[in-house]
Each structure stands twice: as structure tokens, then as C-alpha cells.
Design a protein around this ligand. Structure first.
Ligand SMILES: C[S@@+](CC[C@H](N)C(=O)[O-])C[C@H]1O[C@@H](n2cnc3c(N)ncnc32)[C@H](O)[C@@H]1O
Length: 283
């Protein structure tokens, strides 16, 4: 159970906003799925956490998305809940928090890397065409490889994904374009583009005549965070037929940390996602 701490201490209105969006969307999703009696539904949470929000590595008494999703039971709950979490302690806490849950029989908690389980989910859906999945991907950083997202192609999946445009991608794109090799590899794995494509997207190149000949000048584009969200949206469009606008999550200094995006092969699903996002901006 989480300890007492107020919202300002964990700096978290954006954490609440993100959860709110997923819960609102899941509620609409279940209402629609309820009308399609033959469909079985999976809620797949790739970064499930302990059940409570954490601040400075400690759970606090604000329920996380996993517990909130399980509160949705009308008009129907999900048929299966699949929670993936890498850290043993969080898995144990989540097990404890859900031990007596009325849906316990339909809840699966696995200690694995989300990338691996996304690929498994795709295989499961291919073999079970009557299943649809709502997938929530909520990492702190750039832990999701593009190849894992790509594995979700052509399936009955509605994906909400938190993209660390500001806190991740932008920080690895150095001002002078000389990028530490492990960072460049991370950018390639995360964005699914080659280093040449990444450089071309985020940097301007010009030449300058010097005493010793021509020099190439490399300059980082000013709006790299927004360019990162555009690039990721474009990539999502290669896998899903429809991609939502993004919900921008900012820190207390108003700097963009993440873009939160929904993708689906169902046009109406993305329309609902856009409505949910718009309703948050109006608040
Ligand atoms: C932002 S928190 C998730 C919060 C959760 N969605 C909620 O609403 O309560 C990210 C979680 O992902 C876990 N994690 C980190 N890397 C992971 C990975 N590769 N696969 C699965 N879980 C991972 C962390 O231990 C942490 O609990």
C-alpha cells in the first residue's frame, strides 16, 4: 500500500492526466466491445508498475493505472488482464495488491521485458482472431524498441504509447551532432530509422570555406522535440492505419517531456482517442 504524499511532492499532474486519458478511453472501449458479443478483450499493460504511483523510488498512495483499469466493470470488464513488469519488487507488490481482486482468475502478472511480451501478444492475437487488445505502454524512458511496435501490425490492437520525445530523444541529440555511439544505437532502435535518416531529420548541414578547404557545419534543428513526435507519428502510421493527435505532457517548468499517442486500425477508435485528448486540453 502506498504511503501519504501530496501531488506536488511527486510533481505529478501529468501522471494523473495520462492515467485519466487511458481510463476514459478504456471505459469507452468496453462500452463498444460490449455490443460485439463475439469479441474477447485483453488489457495489456507493458509497464505495469506496482499498483501505486512511485515518487523517488517509493510507492505513494495514488493508485496506478493497473488498479484503476480493474475498477472498470460496467458494462463489462476485460476478459483478460496481462500485466508486464520487469522489476521483481514491483511484481511482488502488484501480486499483493491484486491478490484478493474479484477478477484474479483473469489476471496474469509476468516478470519480463515488455519488448518480449509485445511480440508474444502479437503471436497470440494472430492465433486467436476473436481477441482484441487495448495496449498501454508507459515507460519512463526509451525502453521500447521500434521492432516491438512493428510486430503489432495488422492486428486488432488499440495502442496508447508514451513517447519520451523531450526526456529521451531530444537529450540524446547533442547540439553539435556528435552523438555518443551507444546513444546513436539507442536512437536507431527506438525510432526505427537509420543514423543517416536520424541525422537528416534533426540536423541542418551547411558548408563553410576555410583556409584548409570546405568544412561541414552541423546544426541541431530548434524544434527537435516536436520533430521527434512527428517522426514517431509517421512511423506509427506505417504499422497502424490511423494515429491520433498527441497529448503533450510537460514538467513543472513547462518543458515537454513526453508525447502521448494512440494508434489503431479502426478509424472510429482514433476519433474517440482524439475526443478524449481534446477534452483534457479543454480542462
Ligand atoms: C512509469 S512506470 C509505470 C507506471 C504504471 N503504468 C502506472 O500507471 O502505475 C514504469 C514501470 O516499468 C517498469 N519497467 C522498466 N523497464 C521495463 C521493461 N523493459 N519491461 C517491463 N517493465 C519495465 C519499471 O520498473 C516501472 O515499474
Amino acid at each position: 500500500m502506498g504511503k501519504e504524499l501530496n501531488m506536488n511532492q511527486f510533481g505529478g499532474s501529468w501522471t494523473e492526466e495520462k492515467m485519466d486519458i487511458v481510463i476514459k478511453y478504456a471505459s469507452a472501449y468496453l462500452t463498444i466491445m460490449n455490443k460485439q458479443g463475439w469479441v474477447k478483450t485483453i488489457y495489456f499493460d507493458g509497464f505495469a508498475g506496482s499498483g501505486f504511483i512511485e515518487s523517488a523510488g517509493e510507492p505513494i498512495n495514488i493508485k496506478g493505472t493497473a488498479l484503476r483499469i480493474l475498477e472498470l466493470s460496467e458494462p463489462r470488464p476485460f476478459d483478460i488482464y496481462h500485466f508486464v513488469e520487469l522489476v521483481e519488487e514491483h511484481v511482488e507488490d502488484l501480486e499483493t495488491n491484486l491478490k484478493k481482486h474479484p477478477f484474479r482468475e483473469n489476471i496474469f502478472i509476468v516478470r519480463r521485458d515488455c519488448n518480449e511480451k509485445m511480440v508474444d501478444l502479437a503471436k497470440y492475437l494472430k492465433n486467436n482472431p476473436n481477441f482484441r487488445a487495448l495496449v498501454y505502454i508507459d515507460p519512463y524512458g526509451m525502453s521500447v524498441n521500434w521492432s516491438s511496435v512493428a510486430s503489432l501490425k495488422n492486428l486488432g490492437i488499440d495502442l496508447w504509447i508514451l513517447v519520451p520525445t523531450g526526456i529521451g530523444v531530444n537529450r540524446m541529440l547533442t547540439r553539435d551532432g556528435i552523438i555518443f555511439e551507444p546513444w546513436m544505437q539507442k536512437l536507431e532502435n527506438f525510432l526505427g530509422y537509420t543514423r543517416e535518416e536520424i541525422m537528416e531529420h534533426f540536423y541542418k548541414f551547411s558548408t563553410q570555406q576555410t583556409l584548409f578547404g570546405e568544412d561541414t557545419i552541423i546544426q541541431k534543428e530548434k524544434n527537435a522535440v516536436l520533430l521527434a513526435s512527428e517522426l514517431y507519428t509517421r512511423k506509427l502510421n506505417e504499422v497502424f492505419s490511423h494515429v491520433s493527435k498527441s497529448f503533450v505532457l510537460r514538467n513543472i517548468q513547462n518543458a515537454i517531456m513526453y508525447h502521448f499517442i494512440m494508434a489503431s486500425n479502426n478509424r472510429n477508435a482514433v476519433k474517440i482517442a482524439n475526443d478524449v485528448i481534446d477534452s483534457k486540453y479543454k480542462l
